[in-house]
Design a protein around this ligand. Sequence first.
Ligand SMILES: Nc1ncnc2c1ncn2[C@@H]1O[C@H](COP(=O)(O)OP(=O)(O)OP(=O)(O)O)[C@@H](O)[C@H]1O
Ligand SMILES: [Mg+2]
Length: 306
Amino acid sequence: MITLRHRGPRSTWVFVIVSVPRGDFHAAADDVKSERMTDSEGGPDLTKDGPEDPIEPAAAGDRPLVVVENVNKHFGELHVLKDINLTVDPGEVVVVIGPSGGGKSTLCRAINRLEPIDNGKILLDGKELPKEGKELAKLRADVGMVFQSFNLFAHKTILDNVTLGPIKVRKQGRQESEKHAMELLDRVGIANQAHKYPAQLSGGQQQRAAIARSLAMRPKVMLFDEPTSALDPEMVNEVLDVMTGLAREGMTMIVVTHEMGFARRAARKVVFMADGQIVEENTPDEFFTNARTERAKDFLSKILTH
Ligand SMILES: Nc1ncnc2c1ncn2[C@@H]1O[C@H](COP(=O)(O)OP(=O)(O)OP(=O)(O)O)[C@@H](O)[C@H]1O
Ligand SMILES: [Mg+2]
């Protein structure tokens, strides 16, 4: 740690430069964040709970909500998903982590049927996803997806972005959709931005709007594919706060992220993917301190030292 002092005309500035590996940086940022969560300024109010909760997590009983069974997928010669098996229980948060090109995004897209699979099965709440048609649109609406880029409609207000799906796909009335949208925007801390356009919001606010938009469809499961990796560092935590809140409320989530603080805080299970395979499934604590496989240890040593 280096401390520099600058004595200005009216005040003394103290700069503290802390050198920490990337992983520790996020863990450290998480500590700062956990203090900020009690701060009433700005960010989402995650201390709220109770009867007004607009988020209705899946009530699927005891059966798994997502089952991926012996799934294979090629892009031409490239075998990108190699016999993938994964089960996600209702209310479970699974963090998927691994090197670039390992197949994490393809797996998310396959679960949402944005990407066809060669063989194997993907079940959502006990039902196999149909290949196409209306039934697919309906089932796909049960899976909320949040990408790295926020994909909001630029020419629509934030409120219109959030109400579009419920009105068009769920055939919900405008009034009811707007009421629910405002509850969700309040929940993610941007109700005061409802009438602005995406370009008028910061990256963190846009990503929170994208999360509200997904939640508006009342999905049974939420998939997040590196939702914070396009954000400036100071905006990462406001998005992770929202995701941590969702996890606490019992939302079933599959999250591709390298944010270890989030994984430790919110995940029940870490899935390490490399070269198209699930190489290791572990608890977050075990995975980050004592990974079982050499491949995972090697990956962790790289992200911890950069
Ligand atoms: N549409 C596509 N056509 C051809 N190859 C693709 C396509 N999409 C992905 N791939 C390839 O499939 C492999 C897996 O990609 P994928 O995006 O799933 O990896 P990832 O684990 O999400 O990587 P990253 O951490 O960089 O996001 C990569 O080799 C990639 O180049
Ligand atoms: Mg990816």
